[in-house]
Design a protein around this ligand. Structure first.
Ligand code: GAP
Length: 513
């Protein structure tokens, strides 16, 4: 099945099984804003818990905070967001639709890549096992011609983006004959810069109201609290501050479901280090963060680093952790060495000293910062995409199963009485009441056992327990495993010890130390 079709199925599965709903759906939705349903919120909370505990429990020099979304507007001037947090936009005069100029050009590059991929696929079918892709790429005239166009466009685009040369971006769109997908015309306006921050007002009267912003990242809440935490926590360098919270960006091209949203959640950690040691710490954090991802068991081949060639003016190293989504390798997390840019800017704009006094050297200086920044929603999407599977069963039946790591699964155990009579429901409820203190346990008595198993597979429940007539006699139940569908008879008293360890976040954390 084409990857695009798989992705569509995942999106509709998320809605059908209570993971993600379009926001304000009964009013026809709100672009790029989503709500998490009863299963989605549990999955997301488990991911947050895994991240939070890996930061603040496993590192005795990392603490958490929860700063406000509203902050003093000068913070965004100091951080550079007011002047430079922009996307280049272009309008089509006929359709009146607005696009990101860089995305239009990137899509065009994607079309060249698609053409090359189609030629390769055709040749692979024609030559079978004897096909040598590398040689074909180097010699086939049609592939070479497309590759040449792609390389030329890439070079021109990269130069224009580096200079933020808006006139050149427009010229590329015209030269490449890019048309508006709605009107089909090339009637483009000039390219303009568009700031991505949402604005609102604080205060009651029009005169006295202060214009403020919804934060576009959680990181600045950490920077402006750095000295508060350092002093009150008596922290010594190196130390980190972690935070999970909402962020808001007025994304112009918002697509791919919860990959790019206007309201989303970030898990960010700023690690404050002595100047000169930052590259060592950057490499250390690259390694720690990759280990965190890979502990989920999705396969090392599905991750890669994408080191940035072009660095922001304040960074001296940066990389993305990319995950293999159904629509290609995509950024899930950024790891950045941000020098002392943010702290120095806040020092300058606030006029307050926020230097660190190093008791060992007796000097005062502004620490350097390594940042790890991961989107909760993107992480949730990667878990959903990797876990979604359609399996052909004996007898021609298909089952849709979410093979979540058990530690992230929304429901850990579903307890089912075989029939709704003869005391079986009471016994099943008793098991739920005993186990619900230890992990998320549900009771399910509706429909046949087969249907109930399928329903639990579809939300990724790793264990099901069936209570039957033998249970009344010998206190044993049938324990059914999601991934293998294997069933075995176990004592009720053993259930907790069999399940608890495999579903607890602690079992994931233990893989990291
Ligand atoms: N403080 C650094 C920072 O915010 P970023 O690369 O802009 O860096 C970090 O964002 C992460 O936040 C991304 O890797 C992504 O996972 C997530 N993210 C950013 N914009 C997003 C959006 N519009 N929707 C969902 N997640 C987003």
């Amino acid at each position: 099945m084409a990857q695009e079709d798989v992705f569509k199925k995942i999106v509709s599965h998320c809605k059908e099984y209570g993971f993600v709903f379009p926001s304000s759906e009964i009013y026809d939705g709100l672009g790029a804003v989503y709500d998490y349903g009863q299963n989605g919120v549990e999955l997301k909370n488990n991911i947050k818990q895994y991240w939070w505990q890996s930061m603040v429990l496993l590192h005795d020099n990392i603490v958490g905070i929860d700063s406000a979304i509203f902050m003093h507007p000068t913070i965004w001037k100091a951080s550079g967001h007011v002047d430079a947090f922009n996307d280049p936009l272009i309008d089509n005069r006929d359709s009146k639709k607005r696009y990101r100029a860089d995305v239009l050009i990137e899509d065009k590059m994607g079309k060249y890549e698609e053409k090359i991929a189609k030629e390769i696929e055709k040749a692979r079918k024609r030559f079978g096992d004897a096909f040598d892709e590398e040689k074909f790429r180097q010699t086939n005239p049609r592939v070479l011609a497309e590759q040449e166009k792609l390389n030329a466009l890439h070079a021109r685009y990269k130069a224009a983006m580096e200079q933020m040369d808006l006139a050149e971006l427009r010229q590329i769109i015209l030269d490449e004959e890019i048309v508006c997908p709605i009107s089909g015309t090339k009637n483009w306006t000039d390219v303009r810069q568009f700031n991505l921050m949402f604005k609102t007002e604080m205060g009651s009267t029009a005169d006295g109201a202060m214009q403020i912003y919804l934060r576009p990242e959680t990181a600045q809440g950490i920077f402006v609290n750095y000295l508060n935490v350092q002093k009150t926590g008596r922290m010594k360098l190196p130390f980190g501050i972690a935070q999970i919270g909402k962020a808001f960006r007025n994304e112009i091209v918002a697509r791919q479901f919860i990959f790019r949203m206007r309201e989303f959640e970030q898990m960010e950690m700023q690690y404050f280090v002595k100047p000169g040691t930052e590259i060592e710490w950057f490499n250390q954090w690259k390694q720690w963060r990759m280990a965190w991802h890979q502990a989920l068991g999705f396969g090392a081949e599905n991750y890669r680093f994408h080191d940035h060639e072009k660095l922001a003016h304040y960074a001296n190293a940066a990389t993305d952790v990319e995950f293999h989504m159904p629509f290609g390798f995509k950024e899930v997390e950024g790891i950045h060495s941000r020098t002392n840019f943010d702290l120095s800017q806040h020092e300058k704009y606030s006029g307050k000293s926020i230097k660190y006094f190093d008791p060992e050297s007796g000097e005062s200086y502004t620490p350097y910062v390594i940042e790890t920044s991961i989107g909760v929603d993107r992480m949730t999407l990667s878990v959903l995409c990797h876990s979604y599977q359609e399996e052909q069963l004996e007898g021609g039946e298909t089952r849709v199963v979410l093979k979540f790591p058990p530690q992230l699964a929304p429901v850990k155990l579903s307890v089912m009485p075989l029939v709704r009579k003869d005391g079986l429901p009471d016994l099943a409820k008793q098991i739920v009441n005993d186990l619900k203190f230890h992990f998320n346990t549900h009771y399910d008595e509706k429909d046949s056992i087969g249907k109930r198993y399928r329903r639990q597979d579809a939300i990724g429940t790793p264990y099901c327990v069936t209570v039957d007539y033998d249970t009344l006699k010998d206190n044993t139940v049938t324990l059914r495993m999601r991934d293998t569908m294997e069933q075995r008879r176990v004592k009720i008293s053993e259930l907790r010890s069999i399940i608890e360890d495999t579903v607890s976040i602690t079992s994931l954390l233990k893989k990291l130390v």
